[in-house]
Design a protein around this ligand. Sequence first.
Ligand code: HEM
Ligand code: NAG
Ligand code: NAG
Length: 551
Amino acid sequence: MLRVALAALLLVACLLAVILPQVKRRLRQFHAFKTIPGPPCPSSSFWAGVTKQLHDPSTIEYREHVLTQCGRVVKLPAFLGDIQLSISDPLALSALYGKYRDAFDLPGWHSETFSVVFGPGLTAARGHQHIKQRKHLSPVFSVRYLKDMISIFNQVAQELSDTLADKASRDSEGTEVEISEYLSRFSLEAVGRTALGYSFGPINAHGTHYSRSLKEFGPTLVKLQLWRPLLPWVKCLFPSSVLRYLASVIPWHPLRHMKAISDDVYKTSRQVLRRKGELLKQGDEVMRQEIGEGKDLVSILLRQNVTGLEGERMTEDDILGQMSLLLLAATDTTSTTVARIVQLLAENQDVQETLRRELQDATVHTGRTLLDMDYDEFVRLRYLEAVVCETIRMYPAFYTGNRVSDEDAVLPLSEPIIGTDGKPIVELFIPAGTIVWINMVGSNRDTAIWGHDANEWKPERWLAPQPSSVAEAHIPSVFANLSSFAAGARSCIGYNYALTEMRMAVAHLVLQLKFTPSDKEIVWKLGGVVSPSVRGSKSTKPEFPVVISRV
Ligand code: HEM
Ligand SMILES: *[C@@H]1O[C@H](CO)[C@@H](O)[C@H](O)[C@H]1NC(C)=O
Ligand SMILES: *[C@@H]1O[C@H](CO)[C@@H](O)[C@H](O)[C@H]1NC(C)=O
């Protein structure tokens, strides 16, 4: 009896602890954001704000409109009076990434999900722990190691274009092929071999149990999305082991499925890692015979662990967590971007032909093949670089990133915005706990920065000197003044890796194949990343039919 009463009391206390701060935060947001302009939305409601329209998975049109056409700061009414803020102002974002770097981090529930499903990895780690992990991992992603991996990337990219060439007819009519599955398999195989030293099998096969589990993480997460913000509270009540037990007994399919995914990935990653550990002991010669030729990220980490200083060692669980995260972070992002490039090339035949000519000049016309080329030679293909840069500018794999501050913050603005009362707003006061959207696509398409044609896809802009407004804007960025890989403490650690992989995939594809649009209309949907599908289709998987013929 006493126990029940105590439990009830604890529950009430927990509920109050949850609700009161929520109410307080909403009141502070209401005052702070009173005159900040919001997006046009006739059907905005008090209960859900504009979240329904913004998160509509069937299309990203509304989100794209809000993020690129409604100014650098947009007020986004969310659940029950909560207010979120989308920001693309470069000075405000510099302060968020710089001066306030310790305050703004991923929302807690986002980190917690990764922590519960995959164990410790970069996304799960916060604060000091995160800085420490980044320090461990950053060297592994340096160009120095990437250069060693070029031959592996090259082989996988060749396998992709050979596989597609097999499906293509020789006549000029071409064959319609649904290529998104092959692009996914390519990305997974590339990261498998170069990061894990593990092969998921031939690209034209369906992969392994492991790869299917990883693929299902995103869609399953979407089904759990609504409940994820509860995770930090549930975790405050139960330890991880109890949570995992509950996930396997509660009769709710998505939750059980997530538990199964987590178990699968953990088990296989551990097998891969243990085998590597054994091989490492047998010496470098044995490693070189292996899939990653001993040059993959995990081998490098394991070697570092042997030679590293006391404080730099990583436990098995640390490395396992990073392995799962890398597989996730590296696959959909790159495959969806390559799909976008192929679509744009199919729609812009002149660009496709110019690119093919550049590739032919570097290879067939000089008696070489792409397989002979090294890292620097790929970077020097200027038109290829322009196509890749322009695509990640217009269509970053993530349109936005989320951050929450645990303290009040004042973000300066490069230019005042006009409030709804007609008065200028010169800085943003952000109450603690507010969800800020880092508006990456908005920054990439800002007409005041990139010019009046910022909303058009024009690879040529990368061949001419950029307008002075680009340098003057001081956009926080890790690559080419683009926001697509974020910036600051949590910027994309794999951006050079991603660029390398995408350059090589596109080079192999365009050299061997000609792409033209199919008669099915492609619409881009919002999932974990923005991904292609056929208009009207109900499938949750990416779909991207395109007509291919051999060059
Ligand atoms: C076109 C491809 C890619 C894009 C556009 C991209 C973009 C991003 C962005 C925007 C973030 C920050 C997310 C946030 O904190 O809100 C991020 C983080 C991350 N990315 Fe990428 N990424 C790409 C490919 C890759 C690849 C290939 C890898 C690994 C090989 C990778 C590994 C990571 C990791 C580990 C993080 C977490 C970093 C941290 O929390 O410290 N990404 N990426
Ligand atoms: C790294 O080295 C430490 C100390 O030698 C060891 O305890 C740990 O298991 C190693 N980590 C891995 C993943 O092998
Ligand atoms: C940003 O743009 C300026 C002007 O075009 C250029 O000089 C600079 O190198 C760019 N920064 C990066 C990181 O590419």
